[in-house]
Design a protein around this ligand. Structure first.
Ligand SMILES: [Zn+2]
Length: 109
């Protein structure tokens, strides 16, 4: 997975194309990500016992990881990245556009 929790990403396909958000959850087994506040679907919940909020509820649907791009902190645009192992073994992502290192830890404090 190139996308990690906490990453700032842009959606590049679908109804929220062009919107930016922060990754709230990744689902590596399905290669999907959930972006906070984006790709929402309206679910209609029937009022019944155990359901706190009945009616129309906005919920984020998982997106294909291939439909989001990491926002580069260097060139401030959605980019493709390649991974690179530092000498100390730390794995980092590098912007293929400006070669800026996009550290995991910077987006995942
Ligand atoms: Zn860049």
């Amino acid at each position: 997975m190139k996308i990690r929790k906490g990453d700032q990403v842009m959606i590049v396909s679908g109804k929220d194309k062009g919107k930016q958000g922060r990754v709230e959850r990744v689902i590596p087994s399905d290669d999907k990500v959930v972006v906070a506040g984006l790709n929402t679907v309206t679910r209609h919940l029937r009022p019944r016992a155990g359901v706190r909020q009945a009616g129309r509820v906005q919920q984020e649907a998982p997106l294909d990881a291939s439909n989001v791009r990491l926002m580069c902190t260097g060139c401030n645009r959605p980019v493709r990245t390649r991974s690179h192992n530092l000498e100390d073994g730390t794995k980092v992502r590098i912007c293929q556009r400006c070669q800026e290192t996009i550290d995991w830890s910077r987006s995942n404090p």
